[in-house]
Design a protein around this ligand. Structure first.
Ligand code: SF4
Length: 335
């Protein structure tokens, strides 16, 4: 009998992940519903990172100058238990959880009308679960003269490697703007032979490959695990880009590490890894603006207070630990 309650963030996995989870406790924790820690209703009202407030037209989040996020699809091949968008993933923009062609046209028009936007970032959910929309949007965005970079964030190559549409990605890579593909990888157990083979195919497409990861207690809070992960990614031609602090919401608290623990690990990593294998440690404050680079413990700095991109000052302990953090002092002014 399932122990998942209906209004909880749904458990969703793939055969590929179920096979891995039978051999890896890290993968099991990443994807399987934990009734002890997740038995609270999904909060559909929260506005993590001001994405709802800063939505300009459906699915279009304009938060930082010069780059815009298109939330193309709220579907993923599998649901990560620490997902920062679990208020929306699996719930959807419409019944299918995807932007319609008409909504995509509005998104393209928005970008066309803002000639300061040079980078278009497709995220979700997972944009590769909406191939028709991704093809259409990339084709249209590539025709806008001021769009110089197309970036796609995906976890599909790790969750369901057999379903990656390489023809579509090759087409996007050929459109003109520089194409970045950012994978999300948190543990070396995710890098199976078929996943690595997929990464080699992605490299041949002409995409620049990046990786984003999250510090996760009980999964990758270990120097050896992180060393193995980032070393292997660099060897595969995937540049580790950001390593995030996990965002504390009611259902993710079991994964959240203290900033001090993260700084210690990150500093030891910096001592061990080649620069090309070392990601930037990022503390992103909810309800405010700024992906803030955290200094290593090689510097004597006070980590207890921080200033965001628009001058708001915050207590990091309060922001890191409270489920309902302070309201922003100011957000990025659009016009
Ligand atoms: S793949 Fe990304 S968006 Fe989808 S559930 Fe995992 S973290 Fe969330």
């Amino acid at each position: 009998m399932s122990n998942i309650v209906e209004d909880r963030f749904a458990e969703k996995t793939t055969e590929h992940l179920r096979g891995l989870a039978s051999q890896s406790d890290a993968i099991r924790q990443m994807y399987f519903f934990d009734p002890e820690h997740e038995n609270v209703p999904a909060n559909r009202e929260v506005d993590l990172f001001l994405e709802k407030q800063l939505t300009r037209t459906k699915g279009v989040v304009y938060k930082y100058p010069g780059r815009v996020i298109i939330l193309l699809s709220y579907t993923c091949a599998a649901n990560c238990r620490y997902c920062e968008r679990q208020d929306r993933v699996g719930v959807g923009l419409d019944e299918e959880g995807r932007l319609t062609d008409e909504e995509l046209e509005n998104a393209v028009q928005f970008v066309a009308e803002h000639n300061e936007i040079s980078e278009v970032i497709f995220s979700g959910g997972d944009p590769l679960t909406h191939p028709h929309g991704l093809r259409l949007a990339c084709q249209q965005m590539a025709k806008i003269p001021h769009v110089r970079i197309l970036r796609v964030h995906t976890r599909l190559p790790l969750q369901l490697p057999a379903k990656v549409d390489y023809d579509l990605l090759a087409e996007i890579a050929s459109l003109g703007p520089t194409f970045y593909l950012s994978l999300h990888v948190d543990h070396p157990d995710e890098l199976t032979e078929d996943v690595e083979e997929g990464i080699r195919r992605l490299r041949k497409l002409g995409a620049i490959l990046l990786c984003q990861s999250v510090f996760l207690k009980g999964i990758n809070d270990d120097l050896e695990v992180l060393t193995q992960l980032f070393t292997r990614l660099a060897e595969l031609g995937v540049r580790p880009y950001y390593l995030y602090h996990c965002h504390p919401i009611a259902t993710t608290m079991r994964f959240v590490m203290s900033l001090d623990e993260e700084v210690m690990l990150m500093s030891r990593l910096r001592e061990r890894l080649s620069g090309i294998a070392c990601p930037q440690h990022i503390f992103e404050m909810r309800h405010t603006t700024g992906k803030l680079a955290v200094p290593s413990d090689h510097w004597n700095v006070d980590l207890s207070h921080v200033r965001d991109f628009v001058g708001g000052e915050y207590d990091t302990v309060e922001v890191a630990e409270c489920v309902e953090p302070p309201q922003p002092k100011q957000v990025f002014p659009l016009e």
